[in-house]
Design a binder for this molecule. Sequence first.
Ligand code: GNR
Ligand code: NI
Length: 180
Amino acid sequence: MTRLTILEYPDPRLRTVAQPVAVVDDALRATIDDLFETMYAAKGIGLAATQANVHRRLMVIDISEEHNQPMVFVNPEVFERECVGVMQEGCLSVPGYYDDVERAQKIRVRALGRDGQPFELEAEGLLAVCIQHEIDHLNGRLFVDYLSELKRTRVRKKLEKERRQNTPHTDADGPHAPPI
Ligand code: GNR
Ligand code: NI
């Protein structure tokens, strides 16, 4: 198992539309295990492969406190939505920022599981919201896209500034760096 690096907004790779998975094999199951390890380590309740720079239609969710309800969704599709409501969302790719998003609070989703077997699931509340949040990632969409441009720009600048402050600089970055 490997802990993967989570891409952060505004990384353009988060805008990639993921490709459908053709076969659920041992290599895919190894990636699924890596996604769970990465999600649990980051204290998230869901993780889409896109966030780990893997552009396949694959996501994992565990909304339990005890980390004992792992759910795998390969090629997920929502086919029924009802009861639009607002919930506060966060995202491991937009660290430290939370805001309200309007989504269906009750959905039916179909996907393949870890064994490649198709299943259908009715989900409500946090699970329903999380499934839609993860599918958005697979389509290159982030929860901040539902906010005003003003808010989105503010979040982007804050994260860009944090990233600059966390990036080590060397002499070669200075004004007298030799031409390459
Ligand atoms: O950990 C997460 N919490 C969360 C809370 C409300 C709505 C959606 C989420 S998903 C998020 C993890 C994440 O970024 N998944 O893509
Ligand atoms: Ni997210």
